[in-house]
Design a protein around this ligand. Structure first.
Ligand SMILES: Nc1ncnc2c1ncn2[C@@H]1O[C@H](COP(=O)(O)OP(=O)(O)OP(=O)(O)O)[C@@H](O)[C@H]1O
Length: 365
């Protein structure tokens, strides 16, 4: 029995948190993911440290409501609080800082955003909301760029729901023979590392801003990336701590924002673009995922969600439109099997090859 996101959101919308607000219309739900086996994970994102403490107290009750939904096998709920402004005291959490058993914790940061040694360009892939295909696009774009001859790294920074190990077919846990340098994995011509390969399932969801920063810093600075032309970073959805921490600490050369043609996804995408602008990260453009539907039986192509909305939005807000990628069963099947569709042949692989070529030709990577 497959549980739908809508069923979970529906159950959550009948809850009351922080007084009498329902967590869905109060826009507190982040990174909602449902595994094919029915494991549900999401984060309640609080606007203030006080709200975070209140939500923390209600976390168990929220979890129970989700676990009671037929088909749900487990529910993991995290609470995240905003990062303190630099120089401010760090919040006291109940959860200890991440012990990745590899290397140390976040080092104090001085100065502006810094370049990652050995990596020519860092490109982040973001989205305003979850489930629009950001991880799928990150994996396939990385593979397409590698097929086009670039030295490519893929960093899964989606700390609340890391999906790159599954999509890239990597299960080997991260190893650090000397306790300092973390050895990455290699798959489909791409050097990759995921927070999911360093943690036990569910471990990260309770982390707060400063803890997330420590984990991200380790992934960027201690992984033996080697010399790369480009590192693609798969961000968590939305505009949370990871995005802020990355923007403050790391020189990011460009951001790609993934959206679907639906209006609501577009509104969220605009928010993500505003956030990148705040950190002076150049927005390379918008990608419309699930732009058309390709029938697996007859190959017929249809517009399910309307078409051209993202392109129009890109024009309105003055950012480039990078192209559309079809909704196709083979994309999901490829992602689930650990061999991204861009590693094969066919129309979707072709669309990714075109996308990679346009980024190369425009000098971005
Ligand atoms: N173009 C597509 N055609 C068919 N299925 C797709 C397509 N893009 C994504 N999917 C499927 O939709 C689901 C969500 O995609 P994905 O995990 O990439 O989204 P996300 O935006 O990274 O979500 P999250 O909020 O979990 O980070 C996955 O099962 C994926 O295989």
């Amino acid at each position: 029995m497959t549980v739908k996101r809508e069923e979970i959101l529906d159950a959550l919308s009948r809850l009351k948190v922080l007084g009498d607000r329902d967590p869905v219309s109060a826009d507190l739900i982040r990174a909602l993911s449902v595994s094919p086996e029915g494991a549900v994970r999401f984060v309640l994102e609080a606007a203030t440290a006080e709200d975070a403490a209140k939500l923390e107290a209600q976390r168990g009750a929220v979890q129970q409501v989700v676990e009671a939904i037929p088909g749900v096998t487990s529910a993991t709920v995290g609470v995240s609080a905003p990062m303190p402004a630099s120089g401010a005291a760090q919040p006291k959490g109940n959860t200890p800082p991440p012990d990745l058993k590899i290397g140390g914790h976040a080092k104090p940061h001085q100065g502006g955003p810094a370049k990652v040694p050995g990596i020519d360009k860092v490109i982040v892939v973001g989205s305003g909301k979850g489930g629009v295909g950001k991880s799928t696009v990150s994996a396939n774009l990385a593979v397409a760029l590698a097929r086009a001859g670039r030295k490519v790294g893929l960093l899964d920074a989606d700390i609340y729901g890391p999906s790159q190990p599954r999509m890239m077919g990597v299960t080997k846990r991260a190893a650090s023979p000397d306790g300092k340098v973390i050895e990455p994995s290699h798959a489909h011509g791409v050097t990759m590392m995921s927070i999911g390969l360093m943690l036990d399932e569910g471990q990260a969801v309770a982390w707060r801003g400063p803890m997330l920063m420590g984990a991200l810093q380790q992934l960027l600075g201690q992984v033996n990336w080697g010399e790369l032309d480009v590192l693609i970073v798969d961000l968590p959805p939305g505009t949370g701590d990871i995005q802020i921490s990355l923007g403050q600490r790391t020189q990011v050369d460009g951001a790609v924002v993934v959206s679907t043609p639906q209006d609501v996804a577009l509104i969220d995408a605009r928010r993500a673009i505003d956030m990148f602008a705040k950190f002076k990260t150049p927005v390379l453009g918008l990608i419309e995922n699930m732009t058309t539907y390709i029938c697996p039986n007859c190959g017929h192509e249809a517009h399910l969600f309307g078409h051209g909305g993202v392109e129009e939005e890109a024009r309105k807000i003055g950012v480039p439109f990078l192209g559309g990628l079809p909704l196709a069963l083979e994309v999901r099947e490829a992602g689930d099997s650990g061999r991204p569709v861009a590693a094969g042949d066919g129309p979707v692989a072709g669309a990714y090859a075109v996308l990679a070529r346009s980024l190369i030709d425009s000098g971005v990577v």
